[in-house]
Write a protein that binds this ligand. Structure first.
Ligand SMILES: [Zn+2]
Length: 336
């Protein structure tokens, strides 16, 4: 997708759009108004209208028409889905972009992450400014629906969970940044080892700013432990792997020793970025849920699959050809 995560480009696009808009509306309006006044004045002075006065105005009129046609054609050819930068360039987006750009300016984070973040700012602001237009209709609909199901109270705990997910931290934990609850991990580039998962697992997490001894990303770990604690509180025993960050060599070992398709290709696994975990599920008698288990035969797993999203977590491999009903990751992820 073509975006405009560059201040100069967005500024240019925004003012171009503004100029084209003015060329199609205000300029023709002012011109027509002035011409009209001139003609009236001419009539007052000469008590009649003749060809001469219209001839005099025709040149300017042609210019205005040409300007309108050019602006209209250019606007329509730029205002396409493929040209997100032009389509998205409105006042809200422009102002929000400048604000975000300034707040990021002196932060010591990589250019790629900044650009990705700015790109998301544009998309988010654009969508919310579009939503603003729909709000009126929506608020009426909301009133009706809330009147219909008056006894449906909003679950305050879920609301709280969602609020907690607005985490932002430009510090790198095993090459992963968290911005507005989105986990940014490196885009795998063959030959560039810094982008391989598992190559920067902490050797001593406790002394390297991690909030856990395993090397899990701090924010993923916080979500995970809250999730497990709530499961246990509800009577479902779940534990998580203490292999918080899987090193590249371990992934190579898994890849070579397991059936093809079972372990991710070395360099790709989210386990190597500390943002994936493998869970163990237990029955109420304390025995482990074994082979062939389902959500109903193993209620703790059922609870986990049902509730993960409330904690910003997901089980992405439930539908995979090699189903991994134990593999959990953050919901919002993006590559940089
Ligand atoms: Zn896994």
């Amino acid at each position: 997708m073509f975006t405009c995560n560059n201040l100069n480009l967005l500024t240019f696009t925004y003012f171009l759009k503004l100029f084209l808009g003015i060329s199609m509306t205000i300029i023709p309006f002012i011109y027509l108004e002035k011409t009209f006044i001139k003609i009236i004045k001419y009539k007052e002075k000469h008590k009649k209208l003749d060809k001469f006065i219209f001839k005099k105005q025709i040149k300017g009129f042609i210019y205005v028409i040409i300007l309108f046609i050019l602006a209209f054609t250019l606007h329509n050819s730029l205002n396409k889905d493929s040209n997100v930068c032009y389509t998205y360039a409105n006042k809200d987006v422009f102002l929000e972009y400048i604000k975000t750009y300034k707040s990021l300016e002196n932060k010591k984070i990589s250019l790629e992450v900044k650009e990705k973040y700015l790109e998301n700012t544009i998309i988010k602001t654009y969508n919310s400014s579009i939503n603003k237009d729909n709000k009126k209709t929506n608020s009426t609909l909301n009133l009706i629906s809330s009147a219909l199901k008056d006894d449906d109270k909003v679950d305050e705990s879920i609301k709280e969970e969602t609020l907690n997910l607005i985490e932002t931290d430009y510090n790198k934990f095993n090459n992963v940044y968290v911005v507005d609850g989105v986990f940014y991990y490196p885009l795998f580039r063959s030959g560039n080892w810094s982008t391989y998962s598992g190559t920067s697992c902490p050797s001593d997490p406790a002394s390297q700013g991690y909030n856990n001894p395993y090397g899990y990303n701090n924010y993923f770990y916080t979500r995970l432990t809250k999730f497990i604690a709530d499961a246990n509180e509800n009577g479902y025993k779940i534990t998580f792997s203490t292999q918080g960050c899987r090193t590249y060599n371990t992934q190579v070992y898994y890849y070579n020793t397991m059936v093809r398709g079972r372990a991710a290709y070395p360099g790709y696994s989210l386990h190597g970025f500390g943002i994936a975990s493998d869970l163990e599920f237990y029955q109420s008698d304390g025995s482990i849920c074994g082979y062939g288990r389902t959500d109903s035969s193993c209620p703790s797993m059922g609870w986990a699959h049902q509730n993960a999203s409330k904690y910003g977590l997901t089980f992405p491999l439930l539908q995979a050809s090699y189903r991994e009903d134990w593999h959990i990751e953050p919901i919002n992820k993006n590559k940089y």
